[in-house]
Design a protein around this ligand. Structure first.
Ligand SMILES: Cc1cc2nc3c(=O)[nH]c(=O)nc-3n(C[C@H](O)[C@H](O)[C@H](O)COP(=O)(O)OP(=O)(O)OC[C@H]3O[C@@H](n4cnc5c(N)ncnc54)[C@H](O)[C@@H]3O)c2cc1C
Length: 391
């Protein structure tokens, strides 16, 4: 049986990143990937907040577009426009980026085994069984970075819940989009999910949504959306994608014996947007610090420190986002339309432009509570519930 210091299950962006951090320090790392190639099929809108550059390597060649702001649409199309002078987010080539991150890991010494599906593991001994090749491996520490239906997580957590997301890559056959802005559509029928339009070029866009419905339901909503607007009369769907976004779960155990969870496997996603890359990368750094200490001191009980630092860093932000998501989920289309009107009247566009952040929404919510804007748009009881999160 081949032995390693660390075994990473899943060569997604988060798995490749943590594997690289550990191999960089001279440890033997193996990474199992069930697919024959990293990164495909695409399961992402590829929108990353500008802080990505402080969080992980992102070479220029994977940035397809820079986004400065957003149009937020209510169900009756009351629009809020928020924008910044400098780019707020990047639209990335996610397939290329995933491949790049795995190659970086290999360059650092990680052994990447493609077409290796981990079937079972023993979190007490660190034994990993790959069923399709009928091989066993052993590692001091096993990292579950195997996505939303993680087999590592299921060893010490109940099955995770997720919502489905679907996306079309569309050629508009003409320059019809302003490439500086994304469009986000709120509607009670898909709440607390939303629909997005992310321009790659003036004529190439990603249109998608996540919602609590099955694949057919998501496709129906997307098709109705496209058919309802003359803008898409000549447009062509080039590719269809779909995937799962895990529900944020504050009760999830992230560590048990020799196993540790990261990324979608750890349900590390932002409840409001479903985005998982930034938080996953930040957790990869955090986890690697703890794992390296555990390896140096040959004491796996140190792994628990990751759970504590994770709580300290994210608990309050994710709780706020969960509350916001619950409130959105309870609003009707009439409520949403009224809310957008009140936000416009209350000068929210300026406030969101100043304090809004793709990754950290608690700062904006605090500002909205401070200048009483939140009281005007959501019932007082709910505002108090959000306000009390900081007490
Ligand atoms: C439609 C859609 C749009 C999204 N848009 C955005 C966005 O714009 N911005 C953003 O930040 N996030 C977005 N997300 C979320 C983002 O894609 C995920 O958070 C991110 O991929 C998580 O990375 P990961 O490495 O944790 O997991 P994954 O990317 O899921 O990678 C897990 C890897 O593990 C492998 N694997 C699974 N099981 C096994 C096994 N048993 N053995 C071996 N290998 C295994 C899988 O094949 C996969 O390669 C989107 C998600 C969807 C579905």
């Amino acid at each position: 049986m081949k032995k390693y210091d660390v075994a990473v299950v899943g060569a997604g962006p988060v798995g490749s990143t943590v594997a690289r951090y550990i191999a960089d320090e001279g440890y033997d790392v193996v990474m199992f990937e069930r697919k024959r190639a990293v990164g495909i099929p695409l399961q992402c809108a590829g929108l990353l907040g500008k802080r990505i550059k402080d969080t992980n390597i992102l070479p220029q060649q994977y940035i397809l577009n820079k986004v400065y702001g957003a149009y937020l649409h209510s169900p009756s199309d009351n629009i809020l426009k928020v924008s910044r002078k400098d780019p707020e987010a990047y639209v990335i080539d996610r397939v290329g980026y995933d491949k790049f991150l795995s190659e970086q890991a290999i360059d650092s010494g990680v052994e990447l085994l493609l077409n290796h599906k981990v079937n079972s593991l023993n979190i007490k001994t660190g034994e990993v069984l790959v069923s399709n090749t009928n091989q066993s491996f052993k590692a001091e520490i096993v990292i579950g970075a195997d996505g939303h239906s993680s087999c590592v997580s299921e060893k010490f957590n109940p099955q995770s819940k997720s919502v489905m997301a679907a996306q079309y890559l569309m050629d508009m056959r003409g320059d019809v989009f302003d490439i500086d802005n994304v469009h986000l559509y709120a509607n009670a029928n898909i709440s607390p999910g939303f629909l997005w339009i992310i321009p790659i070029t003036k004529s190439l866009v990603r249109i998608g949504l996540f919602a609590n419905m099955d694949y057919n339901g998501l496709n129906r909503v997307l098709k109705e959306f496209i058919q309802s607007d003359d803008l898409y009369k000549h447009a062509k769907i080039i590719k269809k994608y779909h995937g799962f976004i895990p529900n944020y779960d504050p009760k999830k155990n992230l560590v048990n014996d020799r196993a540790i969870l990261l990324g979608d496997a750890a349900s590390q996603v932002k409840p409001t947007t479903g985005g998982g890359l930034m938080i996953g990368f930040e957790c990869a750094k955090m986890a690697s610090t703890t794992i390296l200490r555990a390896l140096q001191l040959e004491d796996q009980s140190i792994l628990k420190e990751y759970e504590n630092s994770h709580k300290k860093r994210f608990k309050s932000e994710l709780r706020v986002q969960s509350e916001v998501q619950k409130i959105f989920g309870s609003l009707t289309n009439k409520d949403l339309d009224e809310m957008f009107l009140k936000l416009k009247e209350g000068n929210a566009e300026e406030l969101i432009s100043k304090y809004g952040d793709m990754d950290t929404q608690s700062t904006l919510i605090k500002e909205m509570i401070k200048n009483r804007l939140l009281f005007s748009i959501v019932p007082t009881l709910l505002t108090r519930r959000i306000g009390s999160l900081w007490k």
